[in-house]
Design a binder for this molecule. Structure first.
Ligand SMILES: Cc1ncc(COP(=O)(O)O)c(C=O)c1O
Length: 367
């Protein structure tokens, strides 16, 4: 096997060896009390990471699993899908592929979803679901989910329960690296995945799911089966934290352990570490290249999208970085040719990031 290169790409991320080893825990029966205890333990710890009292649900899939499951299970009338890049577009594609009525609202390239955009769409009265990407990984932009939440709360204030709009948020590349207060924002479903800021291998999708979302989803006749949010919610409730199908217990052993590590660091310290790394990389990138995001208020905490200068050869840089034990990421989607990305998430520290940037400076002869 070739030498391992440290991953500064937006997932999968490097996983601490002790966390990886937890995946080798001997298997247990998934219908045992032990499995229930494990699943409840993850549930309670994830509630702290998400700042919520809502039910936490796990799925043996990558993050896309709950994105597809939530839009299909929750949309009764029509979904308003707000997109600022490739992953917002993906949520819209999922709606179309599942015959879920949806409209897509795209921001100008490099711009966030603004609360006013959401307000305007809701004023039509056509929608009962809003989807927002918290951290759009293709462009390195973080959307103002709190302000958008206020707009949705105001819209819902005088509506009967069945008329209320549900708020679904994709935090696949940011949860556990950036603070998202689910209950304070009024988020009905917050989705993440293990292979990003949580610092585990890919394989589990994790979401919070509100009682309101559950009640609404019950009105939807065809929710699919594997990602039926009602079925998963009911099984957790009625069978004491069990799941409808066989979950990846290996991931659960590791996630439960990693959540202890996260609590040991302190969740607020973890967010502060991500903010510190993001500021450092942005300042460095501005000095040497330029960054995509125009208003730094919306800059991602978990990755930085950097403008490629004329003739910049990312492949060549990565080849030379690999010899020194590092990898960074190319641009993604429509921004592939114009940008490259440096991720700073999960268990990486400022010292790790500085080590990477030092090597890039040395290779490119940056002063
Ligand atoms: C913002 C965002 N949403 C959704 C996804 C899809 O997640 P997954 O690859 O875990 O299915 C990704 C993956 O990179 C992402 O960054």
């Amino acid at each position: 096997m070739s030498m391992h290169t440290r991953l500064f790409i937006p997932g999968p991320v490097d996983v601490a060896t002790d966390v990886l080893l937890k995946m080798a825990t001997p298997q247990i029966g998934h219908r045992t009390k032990e499995a229930s205890v494990l699943q409840k333990s993850i549930h309670d710890k994830m509630q702290k990471v998400f700042y919520t009292e809502n039910r936490i649900m796990l799925s043996t899939s990558s993050g896309s699993g709950f994105m597809e499951g939530s839009i299909r299970s929750c949309t009764r009338k029509k979904a308003a899908v707000f997109s600022i890049g490739a992953f917002g577009d993906r949520w819209y594609k999922m709606a179309v592929a599942n015959n879920v009525p949806a409209d897509k609202f795209s921001s100008e390239p490099g711009q966030p979803t603004l609360p006013a955009d959401v307000e305007k769409a809701l004023a039509t009265g056509l929608y009962d679901v809003v989807t927002v990407t918290h951290n759009e990984t293709s462009v390195g932009i973080q959307n103002p989910v709190e302000e958008i939440g206020e707009v949705i709360k105001t819209y819902n204030a005088d509506k009967a329960d069945e008329e209320k709009v549900l708020y679904l948020v994709d935090a696949v590349s940011s949860a556990a690296g950036a603070k998202i207060e689910v209950d304070a924002c009024g988020i009905d479903c917050l989705i993440t995945a293990t292979q990003k800021a949580l610092g585990l291998p890919a394989g589990l999708s994790i979401c919070s799911f509100s009682q309101r979302a559950y009640n609404a989803a019950k009105q939807v006749p065809f929710r699919g089966l594997y990602f039926d949010m009602v079925e998963i919610f009911d099984t957790i409730d009625k069978k004491n934290h069990q799941y409808p199908s066989t979950p990846s217990l290996a991931h659960m052993f590791a996630l439960d352990y990693q959540l202890d590590r996260i609590m040991l660091e302190g969740i607020e310290n973890r967010f502060a570490r991500h903010t510190e790394m993001s500021k450092y990389v942005r300042n460095w990138a501005k000095k040497h290249f330029g960054i995509l995001v125009t208003d730094e208020k919306y800059a991602s905490k978990t990755l930085t999208t950097i403008l490629k200068p004329e003739g910049f050869d990312l492949k060549e840089l990565n080849k030379r970085l690999a010899m020194r034990g590092y990898t960074v990421s190319d641009g993604y989607g429509k921004m592939k040719d114009k940008t490259f990305r440096i991720a700073h998430m999960a268990d990486n520290t400022l010292a790790d990031v500085r080590g990477l940037l030092f090597e890039i400076e040395d290779i490119l002869g940056l002063k």
